[in-house]
Write a protein that binds this ligand. Structure first.
Ligand SMILES: *Cc1c(COP(=O)(O)O)cnc(C)c1O
Length: 400
């Protein structure tokens, strides 16, 4: 039977303390015990369902974690104070000095900077590879490799990882396949395709209102327990914990994720097709011209479409900047980083979100300076948006 992530979330039933339709926000960082014995058992990790201290768990965090585990179909999950908090905790939990990571070379700038600049200080080395080439990935695996790391749809080039193929490699070499699914919630379910650990920045589509930062790691009970261990857990010891109020707020927004994703995808598909037929270099996984269109189609939960992210090439940084400024002036979206907002957001990744990546490496991976990354919004009348955007493109000389 097909995996139905939105239905799994819907099937969770929570009541607040006084029968409220939303669970109560837990307004405490520390929790009382009736018996001293239970407290010491909890320290040893033996007592189910007992809360100790908010850096470990809170009821609000557990509600959100449970809903996100339902989204990804994993045994359980743990929420973090940010996406980077989740990513770094997982990598630090899985890798020690002398270990090796094989990572996609087109990943979120912060993740790239962590693996490239920070992890080597701990003697953790990373090979950055073209993740779409399974033979290249396999050839990069060494006896020290512990982790295969990728994004299901990569930032900012929208390369699509063949998760089924990567999972087979991970199995063969006994690696953990870690997938950042921030760009494609609901649309792709990496765990169902064989990924061991699924990460999201909740800051983006899942929260969807660009007002709260958060992250999550979805995985087995064993993995989540190890992250939360009081003795040697990276979540517990690095302390990138989420607070209860944002957890409660994100859970409410998660309720409408399926409706939002369908609209983001529908609008992005519409614009991508129009721009492409106007002769603009457009990258969107929903276009047949996308090199991984077929793979995405095989992997996807079809009803949610190909997601809200697309790129166009404006030809030069000057034209890209002029177009973005004009589109903002015309109120078609905001010149801002991040994604998943109700309003369209656009930025030139070469000089912003991917500026951690050196210029020559940007060129090599196909990240041109005229590239504009769009997170397409929830616009009601997308033909109207298209006409207005086309007008802006004519004004700045991208279309004649
Ligand atoms: C934003 C983002 C992150 C980092 O998340 P934060 O919540 O900003 O820490 C990681 N991966 C991807 C793909 C992102 O877009």
């Amino acid at each position: 039977m097909a995996f139905k992530p939105a239905d799994n979330i819907q099937d969770l039933q929570y009541f607040g303390e006084f029968g409220g339709v939303n669970p109560s926000i837990s307004d405490a960082t520390t929790f009382t015990f009736v018996s001293a014995k239970t407290m010491s058992d909890t320290f040893e990790g033996n007592t189910e369902g007992c809360h100790l201290y908010a850096r470990h768990t809170t009821p609000s965090n557990l509600y959100l974690s449970e809903a996100l585990a339902a989204l990804e179909g994993t045994e359980t999950a743990n929420v973090f104070g940010s996406g980077m908090g989740a990513i770094t905790a997982v990598l630090m939990q899985l890798c020690g000095a002398g270990d090796h990571v094989v990572s996609s070379r087109t990943i979120y700038g912060g993740t790239y900077a962590f693996l490239k600049n920070f992890a080597p200080k701990l003697n953790i080395q990373t090979s950055f590879v073209d993740i779409t080439k399974l033979d290249v990935v396999e050839a990069s695996i060494t006896p020290q490799t512990k982790v295969l790391y990728c994004e299901s749809v990569s930032n900012p080039l929208l390369e699509v990882a063949d998760i089924i193929g990567l999972a087979a490699l991970a199995k063969k070499y006994n690696l953990q396949l870690v997938v950042d699914n921030t760009f494609s919630p609901l649309s792709i379910s990496p765990n169902k395709l064989g990924a061991d650990i699924v990460i999201h920045s909740l800051t983006k589509f899942i929260n969807g209102t660009s007002d709260t930062i958060g992250g999550v790691v979805c995985g087995t009970q064993e993995m989540i327990d190890s992250l939360r261990s009081l003795i040697d857990g990276a979540a517990m010891l690095f302390g990138s914990t989420m607070d209860s109020r944002p957890a409660s707020s994100i859970l409410k927004n998660l309720r409408t994720l399926h409706i939002r994703m369908k609209q983001h995808s529908m609008n992005a598909q519409y614009l991508a097709e129009k721009f492409q037929s106007d002769g603009i270099t457009t990258v969107y996984p929903g276009l047949e011209s996308h090199p991984s269109h077929k793979i995405y189609k095989q992997m996807m939960n079809a009803e949610y479409g190909f997601g809200g992210m697309m790129t166009i090439d404006a030809g030069s940084l000057e034209k890209a900047n002029a177009l973005m400024e004009l589109m903002q002036k015309e109120n078609l979206g905001y010149l801002a980083v991040s994604l998943g907002f109700y309003k369209t957001l656009f930025s030139a990744p070469g000089s912003s979100t991917s500026s951690e990546i050196p210029e020559d490496e940007q060129k090599e991976m196909g990240l041109g300076e005229g590239l504009i990354r769009f997170s397409i919004g929830l616009d009601n009348d997308i033909e109207r948006t298209y006409q207005l955007m086309k007008g802006c493109m004519k004004t700045v000389g991208i279309l004649s």
